[in-house]
Design a protein around this ligand. Sequence first.
Ligand SMILES: [Zn+2]
Length: 499
Amino acid sequence: MLDNHERIGTKLIPPLAQIPMAKSSSWLDHHMPEMLWAVLLTGTLNRIQYLNCFREIAAICREWFLRIEAAKNSELENKSGAAHNFTVIVDHIKLAEVSDEEFNKFLSVVLAHPMGCVALRPLLLLDCLPGYDRWRHALQVEPSNDDWSILARSVGGVIDHQSEASTDIRWFKLILPIISGRMRFPESEAERLDELRLFPDKGDMRSVRPFIRSGEMVLRRNPPSPWVEAFWTLAMNKTGCVDPSKDDGYTFSDTEINSTALYAARDAVAERFHSNASPLRIDPRLDSAFGLTLYGLSILEEIGMHRMQTRIVGAIALRALAEVCITLRYLAHIDSPSMWHSYRVYGAGQAKLAFLKLQQIQGDLPTFIDEDAIHGIANEDVWQEFLNIDVGHWANSNLRKLASECGAKETYDRYYDWSSSYIHGNWAAVRDTNFVTCHNALHRLHRIPRIAHRSLHTVEPDCVELVNEVISTLENLYPSAEPIPRLSLRPLQGTADAG
Ligand SMILES: [Zn+2]
């Protein structure tokens, strides 16, 4: 929860990041490739077959690590931490170091299986592999382009460090130092040792599997082997992206906004304005309250009319509506002539500022600028020669504070923060809408551009709720026996494809 974070300056630090000297270690990026031979077995053989291979290999390779001078030295190592020696891994670095005889003994276990050679053949695509020539000589086959698919499929099964295949490989890494006497457990852990020995047939896997994974963490090369980067580079260069969005086009859903209710509400708002018309030449309370409501209704109308409810612009519109809603609630909460005035003068001052800046623009004006309209607003209440420009905020505050003060903090929290991402074009919104995760496992879940930007969840129910809140606020300011109709959604009729 947010409350669990520690605030340091402008940053909120989560509990795990507060642990001093903590280091992270990536299974996928740095340690999985060292076990590629095992990964390929999990991708090609069934589980019983590959676990049998792992067991047999563990029994054979145990000798590589067996400690002759047992107890005494091991105690010493335990004290120095050297007992968790990363050389107790049958990984590609180790396989490149052992003698030909030892290597062949290891390999004979896999090759005894009818699918063993097929499973390992993709290794021959990787000339960066430690001991590549020995692998090539031992397997005596030519790799084909299809082997990239076998490799990708196998890696796909271990991308998640907690997957069944990943945990099985990590069990194999852990069992070797145990059976070679390098990793020792107290008597009280006899049951746990039995569960590891008989994995996956003994004990509660909800406890055994996490134990394996945390145990394996200490059996990782540090720093990671340099060849691993070369492996990922090769995989990226030799294989293409798999775009899961390539058949997606733009689809536009019909609006769910009940247009009859929308226009009835607009009519009623206009009618109520007229019935409250004031003899004052300028009535900031009347103009602002009704104006903000009409503005909210217009935004909602545009969302529906242009079917923007699942588009980026829809999220931007939601953000605008949230601000309209909070602004009106705050003005109604304070409800003082000076605050209504402040809101209005600030807006007029912004028009004056924009107008004066436009005078300095060289060449053509931006097309969206309506110079006459801006000049008109800047001079409507008083001549702009007498109008102050406020370069701060109209209430000398910010929207979050306004929301807290007028009891609209929940509206702020529900609608404002995430929708703001879209208006600012921050990374989350950019990632969310225009990238998709490549489905080639050898590309490590990187992002590729979408053919068409992603449809978002509809903003219509949220926008309707906000506009209804705006109407309620208006009704409290200008009550009447006849209520203003509220907006509603109608059942979805269907979708249309824009091609
Ligand atoms: Zn890719």
